[in-house]
Structures are given as structure tokens and as C-alpha cells.
Design a protein around this ligand. Structure first.
Ligand code: ATP
Length: 273
């Protein structure tokens, strides 16, 4: 069914040990895990548990990963949808999908709703979006606001949303009681890149010459997603050469290929910007 295209209800097997670096973000989302696991601790004192948390950061920095880790750590169901998927929808469908998503999450409390690329739906009204009529996007956004306001704090549903364009978001989304908490994710430092390499080297059969510090030094500006990409590409390169293990030179080749890809992409994109 089309519902499956935009929504998933899965138990997440991702945990914090899959998330390298992002120390501060992890501390902040751990609080969300605690809200889900021990709500009484807060409600007993009369506290209102936040409903919406916005994860803000450049592409590939682990926003989706950390949202899944929250669900995995709290062991609650994870319902997700991507704002950009509404771009292809017929009028009225976006709003009913949002309604359905919240309904299903409320039936399975405690639970997490994750909305990726919320800026695709939550762009400031009147600013227009690429492929979609304003009406459709607005009705989807309005439904989202209605849903956020429609359930009380302490219902056991926490909505995480992700964006790399916080500047274009409609202010209505950021009001108290909606997405009023923000967690920032940054591109990784050299030390964090080494940690991310280590996570993604776990499943690979490595030669002794693999040097994670050297790899971290040679990948400035890379995101976690870029690093995950290098590691898999290196394994593919080694396999193609019929090597028994993945060597440092495979990583170097993979890195060069990915840098080449990034340069081509920025050449294509930059004239338009
Ligand atoms: P986008 O904005 O493009 O949707 P995102 O911030 O949601 O990106 P993710 O989808 O979470 O990024 O990251 C893509 C992949 O990159 C992850 O599945 C993971 O393999 C890897 N990755 C990103 N950040 C980290 C990290 N901090 N630790 C380990 N792996 C990471």
C-alpha cells in the first residue's frame, strides 16, 4: 500500500553505540529516552514532558541515526515519514497521511514519530516550494500543527524532526508546545571522524595496515554519511581486486573517488545557487 511508502512502524535496533561522536547531542537525546522510559519521574512533579524536538544539522551528520537510536534505547516503536515524500502527493493526501501517522503512534504509546526533512513541509508559508503547490504543502503543515496541538503533553508520544534548513522553517512550528527544543549536530572533528571510521570498520575484514587516524586526517569536512560511504566503497574495491582483506590503499582509493564525486556534485549545484 502507499502508506508503507511514507510510514514505517519498526522496532529500531540502532543504539547509542552505533552513533560515534556527537557527544552533546547524545546527552540531550538521552533525556528524551528517559522521558519515554520513566515518564512518572517527571509527571509526579507536575512537569510537562516536551512533545517536539528538532534535530538541526548538515546532511549526513546522523540526524536519522540518532532518532533511531533514541527509539532503540527506549525500546519504543519508531514511526517515520519524510517531508520530501509529500512533494509527489496528490492534494489532500499529505494531510491525511499526517493524521494517520499520529493516530497509529498514539495507539502504540510510548512511541516516537520521526519526520525527516521537515523543511519540505514546514517551510515558512508563502515562500513556495520546488515541485508542489503551496496549497498542498500548507494543508499538510496545518495538519501537522493541529496534530501537535491535539495531544497533551505526557501522552507518551514524542515527535523528533530533522532539518538542515532551520532558517526557512515556519515560526509556527517552533512555538512553545511544538518543536520548542533544538538539538544541533555538527560535522565531525578529526577525533570524531576517527570514531566514526571505527564504527563502520566493525563489519569489515581489515588488513593490519589500516590506520584510522590517517584516514581521519585525510577526510576533513566529511560527514558521517561520507565516512560510511568510504568504508563500504573500500570493501567493494578490495572485493573487485580479489583481495582477501581490505587494505589502507583501498580506503585511499575510495576516499579519492568520493572526493571526486563531491567535487562534481558541487560543480553541478553551485551555478544554480
Ligand atoms: P540527511 O540530512 O541527509 O537526511 P542525516 O543527518 O539524517 O542526513 P543519517 O541518515 O543519520 O544522516 O546518516 C547517514 C548514515 O551515515 C548513517 O546511517 C550512518 O551509517 C552514517 N553516520 C552519520 N553520522 C554518524 C555518526 N555520528 N556515527 C556513525 N555513523 C554515522
Amino acid at each position: 500500500s502507499t502508506a508503507k511508502l511514507v510510514e514505517k512502524d519498526t522496532r529500531s535496533s540502532v543504539t547509542f553505540k552505533d552513533v560515534a561522536g556527537l557527544k552533546e547531542a547524545k546527552v540531550e537525546v538521552m533525556e528524551v529516552v528517559d522521558f519515554l522510559k520513566n515518564p512518572e519521574t517527571y509527571t509526579k512533579l507536575g512537569a510537562k514532558i516536551p512533545k517536539g524536538v528538532m534535530l538541526v544539522g548538515p546532511p549526513g551528520t546522523g540526524k536519522t541515526l540518532i532518532a533511531k537510536a533514541v527509539a532503540g534505547e527506549a525500546q519504543v516503536p519508531f514511526f517515520s515519514m519524510s517531508g520530501s515524500e509529500f512533494v509527489e502527493m496528490f492534494v489532500g493526501v499529505g494531510a491525511s497521511r499526517v493524521r494517520d501517522l499520529f493516530k497509529r503512534a498514539k495507539e502504540k504509546t510510548p512511541s516516537i514519530i520521526f519526520i525527516d526533512e521537515i523543511d519540505a513541509v514546514g517551510r515558512s508559508r508563502g515562500k513556495g516550494g520546488a515541485f508542489q503547490t503551496n496549497d498542498e504543502r500548507e494543508s499538510t503543515l496545518n495538519q501537522l500543527l493541529t496534530e501537535l496541538d491535539g495531544f497533551g503533553a505526557n501522552t507518551g508520544v514524542i515527535v523528533l524532526a530533522a532539518t538542515n534548513r532551520p532558517d526557512v522553517l515556519d515560526k509556527a512550528l517552533l512555538r512553545p508546545g511544538r518543536f520548542d527544543r533544538h538539538i544541533y549536530l555538527e560535522l565531525p572533528t578529526k577525533e570524531e571522524r576517527e570514531e566514526i571510521f571505527k564504527v563502520h570498520l566493525r563489519p569489515l575484514k581489515l588488513a593490519k595496515d589500516v590506520d584510522t587516524l590517517a584516514l581521519a586526517k585525510l577526510s576533513p569536512g566529511f560527514s558521517g554519511a561520507d565516512i560510511a560511504n568510504i568504508c563500504n566503497e573500500a570493501a567493494l574495491i578490495a572485493a573487485r581486486k580479489k583481495e582477501k582483506l581490505v587494505h589502507q590503499h583501498d580506503f585511499m582509493e575510495a576516499r579519492d573517488r568520493i572526493v571526486g564525486g563531491m567535487e562534481r556534485k558541487s560543480k553541478i549545484i553551485s551555478p544554480k545557487e
